[in-house]
Design a protein around this ligand. Structure first.
Ligand SMILES: [Zn+2]
Length: 143
C-alpha cells in the first residue's frame, strides 16, 4: 500500500499516477502556493491591486483561476510561463483597448497579457477592475 502525502489517498502501487485533488487549488492562497516562488510576489501585487479597486468583492477560484466575485465574476487572473493573464471580460478589454495598445500590452477577446519582461501595470489593473465594479453596480441600479 502506498499513500499519497498530498491528498491522502491510498493505492496499490508506489507513486501511482492519479488525479490528485490536493493539486486543485480551492482558494487564491492555495493557487499562489502552487506557483513558482519567483512569480508569487508579482501575483500578490496583482491580487492586491484588484482587491484595493474592488474592496467588496470576494475571492474564489473559478475556471481554475483566482477570481474576484461581486454578484458575478469581476475579473480572473492566472500565471503562465511568460505572462500573467487578466480576464476582465470582453467589454472591459474593448473599453481599454486604446490604452492597452498605447502601454504595449497584448490583448484579445476578454483577456490581457502582462508579460514578466515589463513592470507590472498596477494602475491599469486597478482601473480595469474599477471599470468592472462600476459595470456590475450600474447593472444593479438599472430599473
Ligand atoms: Zn494525491
Amino acid at each position: 500500500m502506498w499513500r499519497c502525502e498530498k491528498c491522502g489517498r491510498e493505492f496499490e502501487r508506489e507513486s501511482q499516477d492519479h488525479y490528485c485533488e490536493a493539486l486543485v487549488p480551492q482558494t487564491i492562497d492555495e493557487y499562489l502556493a502552487l506557483q513558482d516562488e519567483s512569480l508569487r510576489p508579482l501575483l500578490e501585487e496583482v491580487r492586491a491591486a484588484i482587491r484595493a479597486a474592488a474592496p467588496e468583492a470576494s475571492e474564489k477560484i473559478s475556471w481554475r483561476m483566482p477570481t474576484f466575485w461581486q454578484q458575478e465574476n469581476l475579473i480572473h487572473f492566472a500565471a503562465f510561463k511568460k505572462h500573467i493573464g487578466l480576464y476582465p471580460g470582453d467589454k472591459a478589454v474593448k473599453a481599454f483597448a486604446a490604452r492597452l495598445d498605447e502601454e504595449g500590452f497584448a490583448h484579445s477577446k476578454g483577456t490581457v497579457q502582462l508579460p514578466y519582461t515589463k513592470p507590472l501595470p498596477l494602475k491599469l489593473v486597478s482601473d480595469i477592475t474599477a471599470y468592472r465594479v462600476k459595470a456590475v453596480c450600474d447593472k444593479r441600479t438599472r430599473p
